[in-house]
Design a binder for this molecule. Structure first.
Ligand SMILES: Cc1ncc(COP(=O)(O)O)c(C=O)c1O
Length: 354
């Protein structure tokens, strides 16, 4: 608290990111990073940028990257916006497209940054409860709104909505923007990018932090109608014209172009997830059906907070959310390498025996 703070700052409740502990030999399964390194082609492209040219500003429109994204999805570069992590793309989206007279709608159990952006930009919102099996029910969103946003697959549940349900929502909700946050879509859900040409109110947001193993680079993008993209550019150019540096533009473009590497690392994560789910269930936990690079699991008798703390004593870090109370029994476990998952299973078995 300080008298020098603006009124806005006094009123903020900032997002708390998952911790990045600096302890050695950690099994770090708490922030949904990819256990495999970035594409070697991305690393080479970034090394190629380190030199004399760094004295020059990067391309403010990041044309090379937008072109790579457009080619990957079969859209035009005018349908693509890029930013410093999908968090920045989301922030601009909230300000540019989701602040209206009616409330923004999002699930009660969802990415906890959404209410934070609402606080920052003064956006009125209503949360919509997931059903008893922790699924988004599209029917609950068919009411007056100033916009709709949800992750697909949802976080932290990992449960995906089929594309047909998203299309049903788009068909009945044409007057406000619908944002599908596809941070985890590449691990098993269907992308709504296929729908952007038919639905001018749809914006799909992606990150390179998960399926492209580049959380440290901070790159995200949005795909939608050029009018929506223009709104994002207007906010971006009123905030920071150069959100992506030269290394990020080159590295991200190369990562998108390296489709074979992307597909093989996603397949490895998906295979490990299938094995992990089976073995966690064999230990007596319930696991929600996950299409993401994490699972959400609970034990009928043991508290999520307790299990998380006991794993931590064994240098295994998973994520626990206290709120809302309905998810307090769960742990969110990122899919690591097979070795990391074995370490988790071993520790969990020991804890459950004690
Ligand atoms: C649902 C969801 N959206 C967006 C993000 C932000 O990703 P980034 O800012 O690393 O691109 C995350 C990060 O964990 C997430 O879980």
């Amino acid at each position: 608290m300080s008298r020098y703070w603006s009124a806005v700052v006094h009123g903020l409740t900032p997002y708390v990111p998952g911790e990045q502990p600096k302890l050695p030999n950690l099994v770090k399964l708490n922030t949904n990073e990819n256990p495999y390194g970035p594409s070697p082609r991305a690393l080479e492209a970034m090394r190629g940028e380190v030199g004399e040219n760094l004295r020059l500003y990067p391309d403010p429109a990041a044309d090379r990257l937008r072109q790579a994204v457009a080619e990957f999805y079969g859209v035009t570069p005018q349908q693509v916006f890029v930013g410093n992590g999908s968090d920045e793309v989301l922030a601009h989206t909230f300000q540019a497209l989701l602040k209206h007279d009616k409330p923004l709608l999002f699930p009660d159990i969802s990415y906890s940054f959404y209410p934070v952006y609402c606080g920052l930009y003064g956006i009125e919102y209503q949360t919509v409860a997931l059903n008893d099996t922790f699924e988004i029910r599209i029917a609950d969103y068919l009411r007056p709104n100033g916009g709709i946003i949800f992750p697909n697959p949802n976080a932290p549940t990992g449960i995906a909505l089929p594309l047909s349900e998203i299309e049903r929502l788009l068909d009945s909700s044409r007057d406000s923007v619908v944002v599908v946050d596809e941070a985890y879509v590449d691990f098993g859900a269907e992308s709504a990018v296929a729908l952007v040409d038919r639905h001018p109110q749809l914006l799909v947001i992606h990150t390179l932090s998960k399926s492209r193993s580049l959380a440290g680079l901070r790159v995200g993008y949005a795909i939608g109608h050029p009018d929506l993209i223009e709104a994002l550019n207007r906010v971006k150019d009123s905030f920071n014209s150069y959100p992506l540096d030269r290394c990020a533009i080159a590295g991200a473009a190369a990562a998108i172009e390296d489709r074979a590497y992307f597909e093989s690392t996603c397949a490895r994560v998906v295979a490990t997830r299938a094995r992990l789910v089976k073995e966690i269930e064999a230990l007596g936990l319930e696991v929600l059906p996950s299409a993401a690079n994490f699972v959400f699991a609970r034990h009928a008798q043991r508290e999520g907070a307790e299990l998380t703390a006991r794993l931590r004593e064994r240098s295994i870090i998973v994520r626990h959310f206290r709120n809302p109370a309905r998810i307090a029994p769960f742990m969110r476990i990122t899919i690591g390498t097979d070795e990391q998952c074995d370490a988790l299973l071993h520790a969990l078995a020991e804890i459950l025996r004690s």
